[in-house]
Design a protein around this ligand. Sequence first.
Ligand code: XMP
Length: 513
Amino acid sequence: MVDFGAQYAQLIARRVREANVYSEIVPHTVTASEIAAKRPAGIVLSGGPSSVYEEGAPKLDEAILDLGVPVLGICYGFQVMATALGGEVAKTGQREYGSTAVRISDTGVLLDGQPTEQTAWMSHGDSVSRAPEGFEVLASTPGTPVAAFANDERKLYGVQWHPEVKHSAYGQAVLENFLHRAAGIPADWNAGNVIADQVAAIQAQIGSGRVICGLSGGVDSAVAAALVHKAVGDQLVCVFVDHGLLRKDEARQVEEDYVKATGIRLVTVNAQEQFLTALAGVSDPETKRKIIGREFIRVFEQAQADLIAEAASEGDPIRFLVQGTLYPDVVESGGGTGTANIKSHHNVGGLPEDLQFELVEPLRTLFKDEVRSIGRELGLPEEIVARQPFPGPGLGIRIVGEVTQERLDLLRDADAIVRAELTKAGLDTEIWQCPVVLLADVRSVGVQGDGRTYGHPIVLRPVSSEDAMTADWTRLPYDLLATISNRITNEVDGVNRVVLDVTSKPPGTIEWE
Ligand code: XMP
């Protein structure tokens, strides 16, 4: 996937993988020889926000089109191809955004099996006005006479619309026709193969060395550790810091269900007292975050130091550190270079200065949903694999006001009710996450039984999002909200009101602190 604009390329890479074909993203500055060295079975040129005529518009090493590797150009990539091969791209002055009617005149291999009239998602200003010589025009739209073209002999193809977005009804079929039919790539990339490949790679990297992993209770570190464990067994030790700010049952899930499913050696550090003491009297959000971060580092460092000392006394110090880095992190930070020697790494909150670890990152080529399917394939419990995002500082930043044991217990109870009801309603995969927030410094008058109450409100913050950068509040069914509200006010002492946060992000953030 040659990237002319990150958000498009990542989406295409995902769709290609959904077609069971492995894909990697490379920047558009890649040279033909660099691409050839990767020996790809097919190349996709992504869309992008530029016009091919703009000054500084991203360029392509045109020799890529002569490698003899099948190429599919999408939107900007389609126009780059057209220009490079001697076609014409014109500023027609007619922009097309959103759902657009496409008329297919000749399906060829690329559009085989598709209706001649369909709607597809467009987002372009310039248009290909003349296809390069030797190319068949396959489709047009009201705004562009050449909306798709093909040269079967050279196996070069292009579409003006965005097959990767779900609004293009037959988009996935375009990609699959290109991959499986035009390029002849079998649909054989799946979770099972990834596990086998990664296990072999981890064994080659670690050999007989020892390796450590910090478990957060989240999906990524859990799956990364499980993969490493499958590869090197008890050479791996995991550290789990229970800071007391976890949700109901979370610590137990990690300590029992996860360990039972994987057989991993786990060192749990119970640091609940330490965190509560450090947080006493603090209600400013940023101060809370800093305290939690600082204490976490202290506990984690101590646990590591103990383990390293233990390993060293046995003559084999710990050299490797597992990280649950995912592919989007790698792409966004410019590609990365595989393993890296680190001194203090922010992902685990800073390691002692004199420590040098070699990183083991078995998920660095994968997207989140792929990590989940690998977790399932490895037999991890659904409670861990399907977990929605949960912030590192945990419930500490969901209590507006001072964090106390009593308030944590109350919030844990309310949160457990919300999670159970959302699961029962089958909405876990529909929403991104649903923070439950205790307004500990706010009280309101209520009436319960025969008496007056003066309790706290609980806020429900269900959100829908693609990536947490922006979010909208989720329109949960009223009946479900009613059930949740009734259960919380009846079952959680000290709460007499449940309110719904109906703010998008921006202007609100997802978490309240
Ligand atoms: P905000 O509140 O910034 O949250 O809209 C965006 C996403 O990030 C999660 N979040 C965190 N995750 N450590 C984390 O690991 C943190 O300190 C943290 N703060 C927020 C939040 O739950 C949401 O998914």
